[in-house]
Design a protein around this ligand. Structure first.
Ligand SMILES: [Zn+2]
Length: 300
């Protein structure tokens, strides 16, 4: 398994724009951290890959993508930074459904076919804004395609896939985003559709050794095309830190910290990466003092 990264390509005189990503290492790390079962692994992996596309497309700041469906996964959230850092989680990691009619992991069944996809853009400066669309299939790729069409009004096709082995390990993960600029829609839609049809399973191609550059080439087959810019490395990397958790605890106030101190220790778990931060009684006492309370003197 090589390093995860994303590439941009343009074809047909700039009328087709493609992003292609190998996210295998990112998704494997996400599955390891959260202990996800196969269907949940696929859902989280597809969401992380799709989020990588949106964040790279935004070029700066961060993008949060939330799947709110009524399935057993109980929702999923991913955050992507424009520099390729990704993090995310699912509501219920222990979801493993029977394969669907196509013999694939039933991500739509896990997410639920009723619900919404929310995309929040947080620019480096300025206000965040959120767009949403009703879920189409809950399979993530279809839902992102619908998001581009309805919310961003940009015709694009998003394909994301995760291949999970019989041992529940991530074998490969990645995706393609093909955007058709308005002048290309009529003329090139068929070519793109035929190319994507010929690709079939993106994750199987990646497992067989295809790199993102080759995936882009397959999507743009029959057109003049070229890569644009360099590789964007993708990594599962959370934004949490002990300092941030301490600040959150201090914000709870002296009363709450005194209560935690009474419990002897406190454990704070980061949703996004499942890291656990443990605080001893002495540390809680120190934080209570920072919070401005008298808890630090108790018992001394
Ligand atoms: Zn974290």
């Amino acid at each position: 398994m090589g390093p995860s990264y994303l590439v941009h390509a343009v074809g047909a005189d700039g009328r087709l724009r493609v992003m292609a990503a190998d996210a295998s290492a990112v998704v494997r790390e996400a599955a390891r951290r959260h202990g996800t079962w196969p269907t949940a692994t696929a859902a989280l992996g597809r969401l992380l890959t799709a989020t990588a596309f949106l964040a790279a497309d935004a070029k700066h700041g961060s993008v949060t993508v939330r799947l709110a469906g009524e399935g057993p996964l109980r929702g999923a959230v991913a955050v992507g930074e424009a520099d390729g850092r990704l993090r995310g989680y699912v509501g219920e990691p222990h979801v493993d459904l029977p394969l669907n009619g196509a013999g694939k992991l039933d991500v739509g069944g896990a997410v639920g076919r009723r619900g919404f996809l929310y995309v929040t853009y947080q620019p480096e400066s300025g206000r965040a804004y959120t767009g949403s669309v009703p879920l189409v299939t809950g399979e993530v790729g279809d839902d992102l395609t619908e998001f581009f069409r309805r919310s961003a009004q940009r015709p694009a096709v998003v394909g994301v896939g995760v291949l999970v082995g019989p041992d529940a390990e991530v074998r490969a993960a990645g995706g393609l985003l093909v955007e058709l600029l308005p002048s290309a829609v009529d003329e090139l839609a068929e070519t793109v559709e035929a190319n994507l049809g010929a690709i079939g399973s993106i994750s199987r191609l990646i497992e067989a050794g295809a790199r993102p550059e080759e995936l882009a080439g397959e999507a743009l087959k029959g057109c003049d095309w070229r890569l644009e810019g360099g590789r964007l490395p993708l990594a599962f990397r959370c934004a949490c830190s002990r300092e941030k958790v301490e600040a959150t605890l201090v914000a709870l106030g002296p009363e709450e910290l005194r209560r935690l101190e009474g419990d002897g220790r406190a454990e704070v778990r980061c949703h996004f990466c499942n890291a656990v931060y443990t605080f001893t009684r002495d540390e809680l006492r120190r934080l209570a003092a920072l919070a401005g309370g008298p808890a630090g003197r108790r018992g001394s």
